[in-house]
Design a protein around this ligand. Structure first.
Ligand code: ATP
Ligand code: SF4
Ligand code: MG
Length: 335
């Protein structure tokens, strides 16, 4: 299917010069129309930085030091989001791409009613919309995310965590964006609630037709709900494949390790084994494959040369790529 967002060789650094932390390294990733793309990786691997970078919401001292983010609108020519003026960027953010941030449920304004917060988004976007239409749209949106319209006049503290999270999703969807990015929206919620909310989002996607980038530590959720999964390590994508393929046979030893450390989808939860060692220090990255100090399968080239994503031949023809010297298709960086 057609792409809706193409990230090309994106680089993001925090700070400048010798002290800079290179948090996103040459990341290329394509989101296709209608799909759910899951992004996984340990804490500090650069997932949020990638999400902020592609929407230009990086907090200082974050800077984009290279790359392109090509957006394909429903109508008209594709354009590079990194080249938008501040004014065009505001429109892009709500109308085309919306983000639900990590811990977003706590970012509702405590002194305003739910109804006001939803209708304010509409007002800011289209001052000519009548109050009546704004209220009707807000009501309809709450219904879609499973909140009874009689809660419209509630304040955030009168709602449960799960309901506040639904309100945030409603706010993100109210202008009918084509792309919704969710950055670990559910970590603060219990597992049952996480699955429920994500399931609901997927159902809405089927009805409204947007695409989703979903970021989480919980690989089991991604396996269950996403079409494709990209896995980050030390600022790079190390594997990208259809969700079922990752689950069946992860090609990168790090992905395999993450899978080994995730609890069974159903049934009793297993003890998490995790991957021995800790994530790399971005200021002093290991040479070669940055995973090599932790990799049980490391061999000759691993400590010397950085592998970048290559496409192994897959018997089922699925498009997948992996950055690991165990797979002949991997390429040296700079090739
Ligand atoms: P988590 O799963 O914990 O949310 P993440 O994969 O989203 O982690 P990021 O938040 O993108 O990771 O962080 C990537 C790297 O960038 C980390 O090493 C982090 O320390 C660094 N970093 C993030 N924000 C800043 C900042 N404002 N200033 C300096 N370094 C930062
Ligand atoms: Fe392990 Fe080498 Fe593959 Fe890196 S390139 S994941 S060190 S086998
Ligand atoms: Mg994060």
């Amino acid at each position: 299917t057609a792409p809706v967002l193409e990230i090309r060789n994106l680089n993001v650094e925090y700070g400048l010069g010798a002290e800079a932390v290179h948090a996103v390294r040459d990341v290329s990733l394509t989101l296709h129309r209608g799909e759910v793309l899951g992004l996984a990786g340990e804490s500090g691997s650069g997932k949020s930085t990638l999400a902020y970078g592609m929407t230009r919401l990086l907090p200082p001292p974050g800077v984009i030091t290279g790359g392109q983010v090509v957006y394909h609108p429903a109508e008209g020519d594709p354009y590079d989001v990194l080249g938008l003026s501040d004014r065009d960027l505001r429109g892009f953010r709500w109308n085309e791409t919306a983000i639900v941030f990590q811990g977003a449920m706590n970012s509702l304004n405590p002194v305003h009613k739910i109804s006001t917060q939803l209708t304010d988004v509409l007002k800011a976007h289209d001052p000519r919309m009548s109050e009546h239409s704004r209220n009707a749209r807000a009501r309809e949106m709450l219904k879609l995310v499973g909140i009874s319209p009689d809660r419209m006049e509630a304040y955030p503290h009168q709602l449960s965590g799960g309901m506040r999270q639904r309100v945030m999703i409603g706010m993100a969807l109210i202008l009918q964006p084509q792309v919704v990015i969710m950055d670990e929206p559910t970590t603060a919620l219990d597992v049952v609630m996480q699955r429920q909310i994500l399931g609901q989002l997927i159902e809405l996607r089927e009805r409204l037709g947007f695409s989703v980038i979903f970021i989480t530590h919980d690989l089991s959720l991604l396996v269950e709900f996403s079409n494709r999964i990209a896995i980050m390590y030390g600022g790079r994508i190390v594997e990208e494949a259809p969700a079922a393929a990752v689950y069946r046979d992860a090609l990168h030893p790090y992905s395999a390790g993450l899978l080994g450390s995730f609890p069974a989808l159903r049934g009793p939860r297993r003890e998490l084994t995790g991957i021995p060692g800790s994530p790399p220090d971005l200021k002093g990255m290991p040479s070669g494959c940055s995973f090599h100090p932790r990799c049980a399968r490391a061999f000759d080239p691993c400590a010397d040369t950085i592998p970048i994503l290559g496409r192994p031949d897959t018997p089922d023809g699925a498009t997948r790529s992996v950055a690991c010297w165990l797979h002949p298709a991997a390429q040296p960086v700079g090739s």
